[in-house]
Design a protein around this ligand. Structure first.
Ligand SMILES: CC(C)(COP(=O)(O)OP(=O)(O)OC[C@H]1O[C@@H](n2cnc3c(N)ncnc32)[C@H](O)[C@@H]1OP(=O)(O)O)[C@@H](O)C(=O)NCCC(=O)NCCS
Length: 333
């Protein structure tokens, strides 16, 4: 039995925060943000809109596009670093409940921006082992809830949103997810972290005052490791599978920074039309960024059944990963 990606869906919250808006919030300019990151705007969830709510909306779209009902789903995996609740219940459990599905396997994955690729690997393994048939994987983030809007070095980067995909069992090898690499190096954990409200620094007045429960990043160091790691990772997965970069129809990288994406694309000598770019309109939505980008090209008709996709992500942990797979769902038109 093989595992195939049968559908994609996404949800983008309504409210938009532009670079211009930040000019009155912190010491920054539209020009700096555009030049250093490629980001022009990002979407922000409503106050009462939770990570699970966005995940549910993306999930409904993905399930319907797969031609399935919620009861056909036998496992729900949610990748997130902005869960509804600290510790429990998991956001996957909340999503299962909101979708009206009980008695189902459901759990979260914490692999930051690489979360969607980790979830894809887990779905593939469960399906290939025969344990599950239809796995719903979700990347959902309300990063606005863990951003320090007084820190110009991080606040301009992140946005909210969700993406979801249905991974199903198939006997057709041409539909199968070809390969996935997932990796981590905890020695670099302090480059990108939320230091507060875990067991090490339990929630306290000090944690609140010092905003320790928000994201802290050593951006420039992270940038250099990201470019190096992402490039070697995609080169390795292509070599391992005897595939040349020119044969990739869509390179769908994690959308953190246009300059990182360009550096990796240039190293692979990819043409601009092979590279999917949504960072300009969504910013960095962590685990949601790859499925949101995939959904964008599906809805615009660019992503067609059978197209070869190369996914690539890097994030806190540090974690990184890549995946090579055909799009096994129906085309939009
Ligand atoms: C965050 C990032 C955009 C910063 O860009 P950069 O070119 O590395 O910039 P630096 O951090 O070296 O900062 C350069 C200067 O710009 C300033 N700066 C930072 N943010 C700024 C902002 N929003 N507006 C204006 N100036 C800013 C810095 O304070 C620094 O000023 P200084 O030279 O006076 O100290 C970039 O490092 C990045 O994208 N990092 C990786 C992100 C990532 O991949 N994360 C992992 C996945 S989530």
């Amino acid at each position: 039995m093989y595992a195939a990606l049968k559908s994609i869906g996404a949800y983008v919250p309504e409210k938009v925060l532009t670079n211009k808006d930040f000019e009155s919030m912190v010491d920054t300019t539209d020009e700096w943000i555009t030049k250093r990151t490629g980001i022009k705007e990002r979407h922000i969830a409503a106050d009462d809109e939770l990570t699970s709510d966005m995940g549910v909306e993306a999930a409904k779209v993905a399930i319907s596009r797969a031609g399935l009902e919620i009861d056909d789903i036998d496992m729900i995996v949610c990748a997130t670093i902005s869960p509804d609740y600290f510790c429990m219940p998991s956001t996957a459990c909340v999503i299962a409940s909101k979708l009206g599905r009980s008695n189902v396997t459901a759990f979260d994955i914490s692999a930051a921006c690489t979360g969607f690729i980790y979830a894809l690997a887990v779905a593939k393994a469960f399906i290939e082992s025969g344990m599950k048939k239809n796995v719903l994987i979700i990347g959902a983030e309300k990063l606005s809830a863990i951003v320090d809007y007084t820190d110009r070095t991080t606040c301009v980067l992140f946005g909210d949103g969700a993406g979801a995909a249905v991974i199903s069992a198939t006997e057709d090898k041409s539909e199968a997810i070809t390969d996935i690499h997932i990796s981590a190096d905890g020695n670099y954990g302090d480059l990108l972290m939320t230091p507060g409200c875990g067991v090490k620094n339990p929630c306290s007045e000090k944690v609140v005052e010092e905003k320790l429960a928000t994201m802290k990043m050593r951006g420039n160091e992270t940038f250099k490791i990201a470019v190096r790691t992402l490039t070697s990772d995609v080169v390795n997965i292509l070599q391992d599978n005897g595939i040349e970069a020119k044969d990739i129809k869509h390179f769908i990288p994690h959308q953190a920074n246009y300059r990182i994406i360009k550096a990796v694309g240039d190293a692979l000598q990819l043409a601009p039309e092979q590279v999917v770019l949504t960072v300009g309109k969504y910013g960095n939505t962590s685990s949601a960024s790859i499925p949101m980008a995939m959904n964008d090209i599906w809805e615009s008709g660019r992503l067609q059944q059978g197209d070869t996709m190369l996914l690539d992500a890097f994030g806190g942990g540090l974690t990184w990963g890549s995946a090579l797979l055909p799009f096994a769902g129906k085309s939009a038109n």
